[in-house]
Design a protein around this ligand. Structure first.
Ligand SMILES: Nc1nc2c(c(=O)[nH]1)N[C@H]1C(S)=C(S)[C@@H](COP(=O)(O)O)O[C@H]1N2
Ligand SMILES: [Mo]
Length: 496
């Protein structure tokens, strides 16, 4: 009797260990942040009132995480013991308890920020392994006639399950790499020395159908060749600056954050954006000035391009002129809309050069900058048929067009970094061009919203827009494909 109680308790704890380890192993493959144990710890911290978190940091200092882990281990072990004991009398109730714990794990993973959907596999597998292990061990607890050696046999089995699980979980931990979410949280507090001017009221016509002036990070367009974003902790990150420079540098994240941080609101555009497409977004970035950084390294005479390399092997070549031109505002960005760069946008550091398409300038997960010449280095997209120099082309697009009661209401977006938009015109069919109303300008590197109300006759019509930038250039009607250096042509939509 006594032995059976103990074995049930042991079965409960072993099943818990196996479940957590299984979740950890699956998460290591699909998304390390989706480990139920890791997610639950994150959720506990988030749900704890900040006063208590501060108190805990005060009392435990650098051991706060250890204290949290110990506390959670105690609570979970108690839960597992109770589950094992309940199982002795009522299997169904015990499985229900496992189900409750699995559901808590699932919700914890689901509510973590930026979990990939495949990540949900981790808590599901975890719950399944918990039930199966519990069943397996409980089946070995009850032996009617207690043969000699049975006691040892059960403990050996339970011990093997537990040890195997711990080993698998530990191995997965080694393979999963750093906890990037924790690293992101740790760098969240950066403050720019020079803030960007606030976004003026009336910078967009969102009520009329344009996007908001600032694109929320979750809506920001995302393009990369990597299958899943590289996971680099800020504390492990290094940037090499070398090639045709007087003084090669190797910088840490701390080196960057100690430099004067600038804040800039910028529009990023993808060369693959078709006429009327939405591969363009705007955010406020905080980071270091790239021209200053390269001045510290000392760019040598004769250098032509900046060859940037990502942790994932992607490379970009950037003409040096715009990079070294202080007024352009090229930067290495660390924050995006007030938070550390999201993983898919290049955490911990990415490059941005206003006015150049992303593929020739906006390297994410940046780890290497080589100052060089065009003949020495060739970037990822060049042999694939894309241009080596690719300034953003002036573009405009209609976001909404609606005809009602003889009036056409039309609103859209235009961009021409680094020059800025001077005017947008709209016309109905082949009618005369009418000047649209422009929203307030944030700066010349950002997109500009526009709107117009025109009289319109009943029937089917085609509405077209075109923009003029501050160099005086007006968008050409000539259609060009996205490759090799960006689409051209006017955007039209049909209205009734
Ligand atoms: N490492 C890496 N950086 C990259 C790319 C990439 O494939 N890998 N794509 C580039 C392209 S083509 C564009 S348009 C921008 C997109 O940046 P975003 O995903 O933050 O919008 O990133 C650039 N930086
Ligand atoms: Mo792109």
């Amino acid at each position: 009797m006594q032995a059976e109680v103990k074995r049930c308790a042991v079965a409960g704890v072993a099943a818990l260990v196996a479940a957590l380890a299984a979740g950890h192993v699956v998460a290591a493959v699909v998304d390390p942040a989706a480990s139920p144990a890791v997610a639950a710890a994150g959720a506990v911290v988030d749900l704890t009132p900040s006063a208590i978190v501060e108190w805990a940091k005060h009392v435990f200092g650098t051991h706060t995480k250890t204290a949290l882990a110990l506390g959670m281990t105690l609570v979970l072990t108690a839960f597992a013991l109770v589950t094992g004991l309940v199982a002795r009398r009522n299997r169904t109730a015990a499985y229900a308890l496992v189900g409750v714990l699995a559901a808590v794990g699932f919700v914890a993973v689901l509510t973590r920020p930026a979990i990939a959907s495949v990540g949900l596999l981790a808590p599901v597998v975890s719950g399944g392994v918990g039930v199966v292990t519990l069943r397996f061990l409980l089946g070995r607890v009850e032996e009617p006639s207690e043969p000699v050696g049975n006691r040892r046999q059960f403990l050996l089995t339970a011990g093997a399950v537990t040890l195997g699980a711990v080993a698998a979980g530990g191995l997965a931990q080694l393979l999963a790499g750093p906890n990037v979410e924790a690293s992101r949280r740790a760098v969240a507090g950066l403050r720019p020395r020079r803030k960007a001017p606030p976004i003026p009221a009336g910078a967009d016509f969102a009520a009329e159908g344009t996007p908001s002036m600032i694109t929320p990070n979750d809506d920001f367009y995302t393009i990369h060749t990597a299958i899943s974003p590289p996971r680099i902790a800020a504390e492990d990150w290094r940037l090499r600056i070398h090639g045709m420079v007087e003084k090669p540098l190797t910088l840490t994240f701390d080196d960057l954050r100690r430099r004067p941080l600038v804040e800039r609101t910028l529009t990023l555009a993808c060369v693959s954006n078709p006429v009327g497409g939405d591969l363009v977004s705007t955010a406020t970035f905080v980071g270091v000035d790239l021209a200053d950084l390269l001045a510290d390294a000392g760019v040598q005479h004769g250098a032509e391009q900046l060859f940037s390399t990502s942790e994932d092997g992607f490379t970009a070549e950037t003409e040096l002129g715009p990079v070294l031109d202080k007024s352009r505002g090229a930067m290495l960005a660390l924050l995006m809309n007030g938070e550390p760069l999201p993983l898919q946008h290049g955490f911990p550091v990415r490059m941005i050069v206003p006015g150049l398409y992303g593929f020739v300038s906006a390297t994410k997960w940046l780890v290497d900058l080589e100052v060089t010449t065009w003949s020495k280095r060739t970037a990822y997209w060049t042999p694939r048929g894309w241009a080596r120099k690719a300034p953003v082309k002036t573009q405009s697009r209609i976001d909404r067009a609606e005809a009602r009661d003889g009036r056409l209401t039309v609103a859209g977006t235009a961009w021409a970094p680094p020059h800025g938009i001077k005017a947008v015109q709209v016309r109905i069919d082949d009618g005369p061009w009418r000047t649209a109303e422009l929203a307030a300008e944030v700066n010349r590197n950002t997109w500009r919203m526009w709107r117009a109300v025109l009289p319109i006759a009943p029937g089917d019509h085609r509405v077209t827009c075109r923009a003029t930038d501050n160099t005086g250039y007006t968008q050409t009607a000539d259609r060009a494909a996205e490759a090799p250096d960006g689409a051209t042509g006017w955007h039209s939509v049909d209205v009734q």
